[in-house]
Each structure stands twice: as C-alpha cells, then as structure tokens.
Design a binder for this molecule. Sequence first.
Ligand SMILES: Nc1ncnc2c1ncn2[C@@H]1O[C@H](COP(=O)(O)OP(=O)(O)OP(=O)(O)O)[C@@H](O)[C@H]1O
Length: 327
Amino acid sequence: MHPTIERKEVSVVSGNSAAIISIESVHKSYGSLKALEGVSLYIGNGECFGLLGPNGAGKTTLLSCVEGLISFQEGRITVSGYDVARQPRKVKSLLGVQLQDETLFTDLKAVEAVQFYGALYNTFPTRAEALALLERFDLAEKSNARIGTLSGGQQKRLTLALAMVHQPSIILLDEPTTGLDPQARHHIWDIVRRLRSEGKTIILTTHYIEEAEVLCDRVGIIDQGKILALGTPRELIERMGNLSTVRASLHLPTEKLQQLQTAEFVHAVSGDDGLLTVQTSDPQRVLALLEEIGQELGSRPQNVSIRQPNLEDVFLSLTGRSIGPAD
Ligand SMILES: Nc1ncnc2c1ncn2[C@@H]1O[C@H](COP(=O)(O)OP(=O)(O)OP(=O)(O)O)[C@@H](O)[C@H]1O
C-alpha cells in the first residue's frame, strides 16, 4: 500500500485570535481563473512564514490581497485586527512590502531613494537616518551610488531597506532572492534572519526549497490557489514517513514511467527532462527496477543518488508533480 501524506491541516485551519495576520477563506478569481480558492492562514507575531509553490500557484496574488493592492471576491483578511478591505490605509501603514519586480528610479542615489520613500510615508528621514538605514542593509558604501549602478543583489537589499523606511513590524517579501546568484541570495538570507531576530513578523514567498527550509518557522505549500499543507519544515518532512528519494538521469517514455509508478514500493514519480525522481519505501528495489527498465531501453540510469526527503519531495508527494525550476 502506498503511504500518503496527511492533509488534515488543510481543512482544520481555524480562527486564531493570537494571529497578527488572519486570512479567512479568501477567494480571488481573474475571470474564470481561480487564483485563490478558499485560502485560510493565521500568522503569529514574530513568525517567519514561507509560502512555497511553483510559478502561478497564487503566491503573489495572496500577498497582494494582504497588502490591499488587489481586491478579492470572498473572505476576510485582517492585519493587527484591521480589516484590509475596510481600513486599507491603516493596514498599509503597518506593512513593509517588497514587491517581486520593484521599479526603482535608477538615477537617484541610494540615500536619496531612502529619503524619497520616507517622504511618501510621512517619516521624512534625515540624511543621517537614511544612511543608518542603508547601513543596516549593508549598503553604507553604496549610499552615494546611483541605483542603476548597483548589482542585482544590492538592488534587492535596497528594496528591502525601502520597505523598512517607516519601521513596520510586519514585512511581506515576494520572492526576495529570485534571480540572484548564491552569494547574493545568502546575503539576503542573513538580512531576513536579522529582521526575524529583531522580532519582525515576516511572510515571504519562494519557489526555492532551501530558502523555505532554512529561513521559515512554518511553511504553507501552495498550488493552484490552495494551501495543500502547513507546518514547520521538519513536520512536513516527517510526514513523509519512511520514504526515501531516488534520483537518476534516465529518459523514460510515458508507459515506463507508469510501470514505475504502479510498483507497490513506489509512492510518487516525476520524470522532468530525463531527471527521474522517485519516492519510495525501498530504494534498492527501485534501483534494480531502473536497471531492468534501462536494459529494455538500451540505456543505463546515470548520476544515481538516494537521499532523505526534503520539501521538494513533500510537494511531489502532494501533487504528483515537481515544483519546477525557480526562474
Ligand atoms: N492580473 C491578472 N489577470 C489575470 N490573471 C492573473 C493576474 N495576476 C495573476 N493571474 C493568474 O493568477 C494565477 C496566480 O498568479 P500569481 O502571480 O499569484 O502566482 P505566483 O505563485 O506568484 O507565481 P510566480 O512564482 O510565477 O510569481 C496565475 O495563473 C496567473 O496567471
């Protein structure tokens, strides 16, 4: 029998008076496309919460609803008790927001941008205060550089700094590291950890498995507008039970993938671009089966590895699909 991941959290997420962000049964459609289908989430004060899902899952839509940037047809969202639909100005004043594709004035100097954004929020930081903010985001030596000359990672750090110009306690980050090289990504991670240790409440969206695993206290796995699972990364992975993941390079036609899928010791299979991922209770039997199928096809599995499950496997187990490339 195939083990299955429990999905009980999906239906039993209930009201939580301690939540600083409360999202209740939110539905959002664009015409006939259901971008969010009854999403309920409760985010606690000081929590770093990750929304993990593939392209088009509904992550940006959900954040935009919380931010009051788009309206939704059904449901209710409150931030610190304020209703997003009824008190949007109050809610916006509480949130620090980093959008996915932020457009910056490239001719402004970094320090000027901080003062400009500060003025928009009515905080009017002095030059010294603006420099202090840049310093917190490791941009002190770039304070007089024009934004257009900053690297991708530096621009991302600047948009983070700009999101903090009015000192919000709640921060929403939409794919803060997408498109960055590993070094720049780790730099952002350090900053997010710092904000977290200062007690900020953070929601971030990502399709990087590792980002969700290392940064987030809890993760919500989202796909096709629905939250499929919710928990700490460890809880979600532990629900995989005794499954292991076998990976191998081997191109399989559809009927062979199906043969693999129906083996009693196989839980889930994905075969994107010749990279096989097999979740199994018995990795040795999977290896033997792959050798056998390979022989029939006149090829051999290459780059074989066996590892313990991670959040990518949780997604595969829930959806039967791989989370896909991150960019
Ligand atoms: N303004 C819009 N008009 C019509 N459809 C939209 C609009 N915005 C988003 N969608 C659709 O809603 C769905 C959810 O999109 P959304 O941007 O929330 O996904 P996402 O998880 O943030 O994806 P990505 O990781 O690519 O940013 C997608 O099918 C998308 O095409």
